[in-house]
Design a protein around this ligand. Structure first.
Ligand code: ZN
Length: 342
């Protein structure tokens, strides 16, 4: 592992989390209708354009708020276990915990909690229609979190989700995963409780950094990765209802190249830079087996749609536009979320 990147600010936190759904309509209804996120892009999987790729987030789908789904109805159900993102956590205001408990009850969403974690977090665990485990974490950092809350959704602004809080990785051991998080991605170890080890991107600017906060204007938070050591658990199977990968954000293509170089120097295989149209991506598997991605903040979801109309139609990348009528025959029809006026 290199030590030169230790403590660098090249990674600012989570960019997006991608999971797998069997049913795009139930997925849209849950994430927009129950959780109040905005559908910011309905497009197709670039590697398999006969399947949807759905993106949810704040008003703009800013990095740190984006949950995406591959629509793969014909693959097996996922099995929870080690080498997996076992929980994806959203941040809610401290005073909103009762609102959410009542909302989940009313909408018959399966959940448990709230319970305390690390003394200052109240956690509700819930499941989406495919059984994907999510958390709502009530924490005081919600007050300072910069997100463009989606005001067209059903949740009152004061209680709305403030993007991601954290992800939890389930691993056999933690040191090798920890060394990638700290040496290559700039996380620091902050605390642990039992078998939960926490890593965070420090919010104090590093003097060795070549980046400034200016490059992250309007983006923030989602700076926590928890590693949960569950050595006696079976190996995870990635399928319907599980997370496929977690992406970390970096502000520029140049920094992405530097990060990729360091990852390869740490003897991990990495893909070349792939143009995902809304961001540029490099994928690699961390030593515990979880698929990681480095994604650039730009260009974002307004590259091919106006802010006002994000997620209101099927968008295809330019090179697939000529196949539109064929794809529209194959893809199951979906109804778009209703916009609520508040
Ligand atoms: Zn991704």
């Amino acid at each position: 592992m290199t030590s030169s990147t230790k403590g660098s600010r090249d990674i600012f936190g989570i960019h997006h989390v991608t999971a797998i759904t069997s049913n795009p309509q139930k997925n849209i209804d849950f994430y927009t209708g129950d959780l109040g996120l905005r559908l910011v892009k309905l497009t197709v999987n670039q590697d398999d354009p006969t399947a949807y790729h759905l993106y949810y987030g704040d008003e703009l789908g800013r990095p740190g708020t984006i949950l995406t789904f591959f629509h793969w109805p014909n693959i097996p159900r996922g099995r929870r276990g080690i080498s997996q993102v076992i929980a994806t956590s959203f941040l809610i205001p401290e005073n909103s915990i009762h609102y959410w408990i009542e909302r989940l009850k009313k909408r018959q969403v399966q959940f448990r909690g709230p319970y305390k974690r690390f003394n200052d977090e109240q956690v509700i665990t819930l499941y989406d229609p495919d059984g994907l485990e999510l958390e709502l974490v009530a924490h005081k950092s919600a007050e300072d979190r910069k997100v463009n809350i989606w005001k067209g959704g059903p949740v009152p602004t004061e209680d709305a989700i403030r993007g991601f809080y954290s992800v939890t990785l389930s691993e056999e051991g933690y040191e090798l995963t920890a060394s990638v998080l700290t040496d290559e991605l700039g996380f620091v170890s902050t605390r642990h409780d039992g078998s939960r080890f926490r890593y965070e991107i420090s919010s104090t600017p590093s003097t060795s950094s070549t980046t400034t906060d200016k490059e992250e204007v309007g983006v923030g938070g989602a700076k926590i990765v928890d590693v949960l050591c569950l050595p006696y658990t079976q190996q995870a199977l990635i399928g319907i209802g599980s997370v496929h990968h977690v992406a970390f954000r970096t502000p520029t293509d140049e920094q992405q190249i530097v990060l990729r170089h360091n990852i390869v120097k740490a003897r991990l295989n990495a893909t070349p830079v792939i143009d995902r149209f809304y961001f540029h991506s490099v994928y690699f598997r961390e030593p515990g087996g979880v698929l990681f991605e480095i994604a650039t903040n730009p260009p974002g979801f307004t590259v091919d749609e106006q802010v006002e109309t994000l997620g209101t139609q099927l968008v295809l990348p330019p090179w697939l536009e000529s196949m539109r009528s064929d794809l529209e025959k194959i893809l199951p029809p979906v109804s778009y979320p209703k916009r609520e006026m508040k």
